[in-house]
Design a protein around this ligand. Sequence first.
Ligand code: ADP
Length: 455
Amino acid sequence: MLNTTGFMGKMITFLLLVTIPVAIVAFWLVTQGLLSFEYAILVALTPVGPAILIYNRLIKEMALLSQRMEHEAGAPLFGHLLPGSVRSGLLPVNDLLLAMQQYRRSMQTLFKEAKSHQEEALLLFNMLPEPVLVLDAKRRVSRFNLAAKSFFDSELTENDLTAYLRHPSLIKAVDAALSGEVEAKVVAFGMAGSVPRHIEAHVVKLPGEGGDELRVILTLHDQTVAKKTEQMRVDFVANASHELRTPLAILIGAIETLQGPASKDPSAQGRFLSMMHAQSRRMSQLIDDLLSLSQIEMNEHARPSDSVDMTDVLQGVVNLIKAKATDLGKNLVLEMPENEVTVSGDKDQLFQIFTNLIDNALKYGKEKSAVTISLDKQDKEVSISVKDEGEGIPPEHLPRLTERFYRVDSDRSREMGGTGLGLAIVKHIVSRHRGNLEIDSELGKGSSFTIRLPA
Ligand code: ADP
């Protein structure tokens, strides 16, 4: 609303401003004898009437303008604009109103742009694959992205960080960043849970402009898989060295004996040489297995596409291993259809799977027992099982049998010439063929290893 306080005073000032110059001229004319005093008063008062009219008109137009401006200023930014023009008068009211509406339109554009930038920033923040938390000056979570929400499996309300992460070295690093002692710090810590996790947290102090709400940004990197892989690599090197060291130590011992005490004893020499032969074979087998494992792993992503007849593969393995079975007093039973059963695969690798499985069945089967290999073709898959009549495998070992160097009974495996890599090789070949391996075992009765391959 237009402020009308002192209206009369202002009008009188306006009238005086208009009439005084006219009165001065009129009374000067009187002094010159060109005008009588009465006429001079009349002339001096002539502008009063029009001045009052003009003043009133101006006040009305100003009131209208002020009313419209107040409306524009108070209306929501995206509300309707009032129809443009008003009746024109002494002031350029319409021009002023147009300028005001123009200003409002620019504000709307600016606002839209700012909003879309804000939405883009939020989208980017939410799409970051790593959990990100922003902390305020009081160490409370003021912002978090979607990855953080799924990491903690909950909404992060404005709680102190310790409600979600309590590790002392992390809290210390955050406090140091909040107090300005450090700009950035990386802290690694473990998180207990159904699956323990290894986390690497990057704590970074934000520059001051963010205000109290945005003080520290915390990015969490889940290193569990990397840590596990690293551990597996370390274990693998340790296991492989250990496996090689044992036969190597026996070989060195045998060579020293041959050079010393047994140098003139032909019967001892014979015994030591055959021991050395066995240990060399063991090392060579281990290296072969290690090499084939790394080769299979290298190609695991590339599914083989040759058409392979499984009856041919199984017959080939049985022919190769028959002599060993006979030596061990075991009976190999092959049950399969007469027709071809084809799968897409790599013939050599499929041959290796069944050599390993049948060899294990012979090694771990009871004396004079049978090993049954059966091939079955269903609509969409071909299944081949190798069944023995051995001691069986305690259930707690079943999930770990395909790990490298995992053995239920290490001494027995080594005694039988096993490397502990056979089933790991089987697992990787099966996975390259997009198939699966099932192990069933009953203590005292035997075990069965079933491979299912897409037909
Ligand atoms: P290994 O060379 O020791 O036989 P594998 O990887 O082939 O290594 O097998 C891992 C372990 O699984 C063996 O040491 C053995 O303890 C167990 N195992 C494998 N096959 C059988 C089976 N048919 N019966 C009983 N135990 C078996």
